[in-house]
Design a protein around this ligand. Structure first.
Ligand SMILES: [Zn+2]
Length: 269
């Protein structure tokens, strides 16, 4: 399926001619520029196997997803300013970028950032602003969106969560079954969102065996419910789905961050 790029991936201006490509395209001005700063709405913070984290967000100038990356990986210090988690869900933060570095399929959202520039907190979005963002960018049918192969990040309007549970391996795994707005069922999708994981581990440690029903009940009763999905890099012949955030408005987690639960647990996940 061919995707046509009409606007510049960085500034959103119209390209001189449309270009058929799964990856975004830069206009001449953006291609030529050096370091530049952009404000990004943070939508996901996930755990990587290395112990590093993966951050993603939305560029409100173009409404594209953006995944800030740098060569050595992003460690947790990058998220924090002292004890405050600056890089947090639905915070608007300023990040300094070096250049756009997309894969040609699926992972088209990667931007190399300047790791020496600490992300600058602008503000936390109000519930109304968050609702505007997710309504603007969310999709109803995840399977159809994946078929295009031009994105690896999605906010999916959800009909319901059917099940959320944990399995203990070397490390604890949280898994989920959910149905998108078009009625497609997705099963055993790993939750890599640091907040959901920290929340679940906190509940288990505190002997709350009913956490699963509580999340399901609260999520499914919310009028605004979304599942953030990220696709993995190619691994064993597939780009695997991962849940990178559970989003409800108002917030399922009362605005708490993963670092809040981690500090209650007394250490990093
Ligand atoms: Zn441009």
């Amino acid at each position: 399926m061919a995707v046509t790029q009409i606007n510049c991936i960085a500034c959103g201006n119209r390209l001189p001619v449309p270009i058929i490509s799964n990856a975004g395209q830069l206009c001449n001005t953006c291609r030529g520029q050096g370091l530049f700063r952009k404000q990004i709405i943070i939508t996901g913070i996930t755990r990587m196997n290395s112990g590093n984290v993966c951050v993603s967000g939305i560029d409100p100038q173009t409404w594209n997803f953006v995944r800030p990356v740098f060569a050595t990986g992003i460690d947790r210090d990058f998220l924090m300013q002292g004890t405050t988690q600056v890089v947090n869900h639905f915070n608007l933060v300023e990040i300094e970028f070096r250049r756009y570095k997309p894969d040609q399929t699926f992972h088209t959202e990667d931007w190399i950032i300047n790791e020496n520039f600490a992300p600058r907190f602008i503000k936390h979005l109000s519930n109304e602003e968050i609702l505007n963002v997710v309504n603007r960018i969310s999709i109803n049918n995840l399977n159809n969106a994946i078929e295009k192969q031009d994105k690896s990040l999605f906010i999916v309007k959800a009909r319901s969560i059917g099940r959320i549970w944990h399995e203990q391996y070397e490390r604890l795994k949280v898994l989920i079954n959910f149905v998108d707005a078009d009625g497609n069922l997705y099963q055993r999708v790993p939750v890599t969102d640091l907040l959901t994981m920290a929340f679940v581990i906190y509940q288990i440690k505190n002997g709350n065996t009913d956490y699963s029903n509580q999340i399901i009940r609260q999520f499914n009763a919310s009028p605004n419910r979304f599942v953030r999905i990220g696709l993995t890099r190619l691994w064993r012949g597939e780009h695997w789905k991962q849940v990178t955030a559970l989003i409800t408005i108002p917030d399922l987690f009362d605005g708490k961050s993963f670092s809040y639960y981690e500090s209650k647990l007394g250490g990093q996940l």
